[in-house]
Write a protein that binds this ligand. Structure first.
Ligand code: ADP
Ligand code: MG
Length: 681
């Protein structure tokens, strides 16, 4: 056993009580302690006020210019103000709730202050005050996330114990060839430097080294899993005549875009290979994924297999069933729709025909994965909007056949960074081109005092025979409040518009059948306006709707706004998206402006990721994002790319698998638990 895997209690100076407190932070072993990295540093370098940005934390040295003044408010609250000369500049320093500092300060004293700089008020909100000129040996002090009995200072001490007693045993999992190639610090040096940096440059190098390692190991894991999956899971080699498939493609009412041709090639290749396809197909709303799915299903059928298409909602299932059958039935391919509304005799008939192979392609919702559904010979499974399905549901569906090929489609453009990490074990195809002749949706951003004009505009479109969506304010993590909002907006609009204009209401608390009913009425223009929460986001197709109004648009993610916007612009008429928002922050304003400037989902998703970070990207409910200790998927993107290529090279070289490097890495991966119980062989 590696000496670093021993329990923390082995460290001299750590007793049982401390060990228990460390356990609460998830630290059980010595290596876990050594890799408990600071999340930021207190910067004690003396800085020049001219170089400091607003809101930054700083340390300055200066001379006290006036008698400190202390004000109390409330029982325990106080504010201490001093005026200090820092390099010719007279600034204010305030300390909250540290009244005792008053006695320590006299006019003329030299003091060193650490705190947060308010550029506009020329004020530091101080945390630390030191008398005299303090030149510290250690300019950066690590700050750890701590809880319970352990303080930041305590943590610093524990780490220093750990590093001194066990630091020398830190091994390097990276091959020396890689260290040389990128001039990376050794692991040992990097760990020492990340806890006690001796200079900003050292800190930077320590981070760089640890980020690379995290990404490389992660990529190796993902890619190794994919390699084993491909080679060992078995799969269906679809045998079809490419000529026949091309004939089918030529029979379509429109030529494929170049992007569609490319992804069709990628998918057909996967289908005919003996490996199991595990592919993600990304394409913006309206980029034409359905027809790509149809071609794949057609090829699978030509090879004598059945296919399945699973979608998250009944409405979507019906729409897909209609469009697929219109393309495929003329080719003598039998499609069927299975949802929970298909009942009784009809249902039995479908199940029967599926089992005996009379039905070639089954389209449906979750109903597809129920026990009673049995295929005769399932060769291809496609899911649309796959992020709505859990991993488990996808597995059940896949197991309805013998290792069928699997294609996941999504209209949420996922930035490359995330695609590489989250879907690292899948192949990715992208449709990055729209069919020719699409009208751009005109997007406007208005403040809420313009609401009346917006509604007048809606009336005008309705007078032309068009329809509108009104999406209600989003209240994070409270479906109940979202629903209330929708109900409120619905009743306001009902009063605002004359009786002839019918306003429908849609939200997550409605029963599935009620939702279907509302959607159908909107689809048939029995409702001219549909007030809705974001449940309407996915794939719904009402070509006659030309206006999308979104209340409190600043609360939505850019990708989500883009999805919502994609509900209009589906017919031949010019469509509009109106964002009502009063964002307060600059970022908020920037986000609204970007929406008005681009219709490109990928560009938006990248921006969204940069502005909001990966955690928020998929929304609160999505987990499954890898947790890195040091690395940041957005800012360290370049390193991620490099690590990914390096991992690919390592994985594809036979020499690597036989080498000591590989075994070292493997044992390391197992040691860190990064493999999460998944086996490499
Ligand atoms: P999505 O990717 O959002 O699922 P769809 O597959 O629903 O997009 O396609 C949107 C519309 O574009 C459909 O009406 C479809 O028939 C049409 N379409 C798809 N591909 C092309 C193409 N190459 N040329 C013209 N129209 C196309
Ligand atoms: Mg679609």
């Amino acid at each position: 056993m590696n000496i670093l895997s021993k329990e923390i209690i082995e460290i001299k100076g750590i007793g049982e009580e401390t060990a228990l407190s460390l356990n609460e932070l998830g630290i059980y072993t010595i290596v876990q302690l050594l890799e408990y990295f600071p999340y930021r540093y207190e910067d004690y370098r003396i800085c020049n006020l001219g170089d400091i940005k607003h809101d930054e934390r700083i340390t300055v040295e200066g001379k006290v210019h006036s008698e400190p003044s202390l004000t109390f408010y409330g029982r325990k609250k106080s504010r201490l103000l001093i005026r200090v000369f820092v390099n010719q500049l007279l600034i204010s320093v305030v300390f909250f709730n540290q009244p005792y500092l008053k006695k320590q300060i006299t006019i003329g004293d030299t003091v060193t202050i650490t705190g947060k700089w308010d550029q506009h008020r020329q004020t530091i909100t101080g945390n630390v005050l030191k008398k005299g000129s303090v030149i510290r040996k250690q300019q950066f002090e690590p700050v750890y996330s701590v809880r319970g009995k352990i303080t930041v200072k305590g943590m610093q001490r524990l780490l220093s114990l750990g590093l001194h007693q066990y630091g020398e045993y830190i091994d390097d999992p990276l091959p020396s060839s890689i260290l040389k190639r990128y001039k990376l610090l050794s692991k040992k040096e990097a760990i020492f430097q990340i806890h006690c940096p001796t200079s900003p440059e050292h800190l930077k190098q320590a981070r760089r080294r640890l980020v690379y390692e995290e990404f490389l190991l992660f990529q190796l894991k993902m890619q190794a899993l994919r390699k084993f999956e491909r080679e060992q899971s078995g799969g269906v080699a679809h045998e079809f005549s490419i000529g026949t498939v091309n004939q089918f493609i030529n029979s379509l009412p429109f030529p494929l875009t170049n992007a569609q041709k490319r992804v069709v090639d990628e998918i057909l290749n996967d289908l005919s290979s003996p490996y199991r396809m595990n592919r993600l197909l990304q394409g913006d709303v309206g980029s034409g994924k359905t027809v790509v799915a149809a071609i794949a299903l057609y090829a699978s059928k030509c090879a004598g297999f059945q296919g399945a298409l699973m979608v998250p909602t009944e409405i979507l299932a019906e729409q897909h069933a209609a469009s697929l059958s219109s393309i495929l039935e003329p080719q003598k391919i039998k499609t069927a729709l299975l949802t929970s509304s298909v009942k009784g005799k009809k249902r039995q008939e479908i199940l029967e025909q599926l089992k005996n192979g009379q039905i070639d392609i089954l389209i449906g919702t979750h109903a597809l994965i129920q026990d009673e559904v049995n295929f005769n010979k399932l060769g291809l499974v496609i899911t649309d909007e796959q992020h709505r399905f859990g991993v488990e549901q996808r597995r059940i569906l896949r197991e309805k056949g013998e290792s069928p090929d699997v294609l996941f489609m999504t209209a949420t453009p996922i930035p490359r960074t995330l695609a590489i990490t989250v879907f690292g074990d899948m192949d990715v195809s992208v449709i990055d081109e729209m069919p020719a002749g699409r009208k751009q949706i005109e997007t406007y951003w208005v403040k809420d005092k313009m609401l009346d004009r917006v509604l007048k505009f809606v009336s005008k479109e309705i007078a032309k025979g068009r329809q509108a969506y009104v999406i209600c304010p989003l209240i994070e993590e409270s479906e109940k409040l979202d629903v209330q909002n929708a109900i409120d907006v619905h009743s306001v609009l009902n009063q605002y518009f004359p009786k002839e204009i019918k306003v429908g209401l849609m939200h997550g608390r409605l029963h599935a059948t009620e939702k279907e009913d509302v959607m159908k009425k909107f689809s048939n223009n029995e409702y001219q306006i549909l007030v809705s929460t974001t449940v309407v986001e996915v794939g719904v197709n009402v070509p006659n709707a030309t206006v999308m109004v979104i209340y409190d648009a600043e609360r939505f993610g850019l990708s989500q706004l883009h999805q919502l916007r994609g509900r209009v612009g589906r017919g031949s008429d010019q469509s509009y998206c109106i964002l009502i928002a009063n964002p307060k922050s600059d970022v908020g304003k920037e986000r609204m402006t970007i929406m008005t400037e681009t219709n490109d989902g990928f560009e938006l998703s990248q921006k969204d990721l940069e502005l909001r970070g990966p955690g928020d990207f998929f929304g609160k409910k999505q987990s499954g994002l890898p947790q890195f200790k040091v690395a940041d998927m957005v800012h360290d993107f370049k390193v991620l790319e490099v690590a990914r290529n390096d991992a690919a090279k390592l994985i594809s070289s036979t020499a690597f698998w036989k080498s000591d490097d590989f075994h070292m890495l493997l044992s390391f991966l197992e040691g860190t638990g990064i493999l999460n119980g998944e086996k490499l062989d």
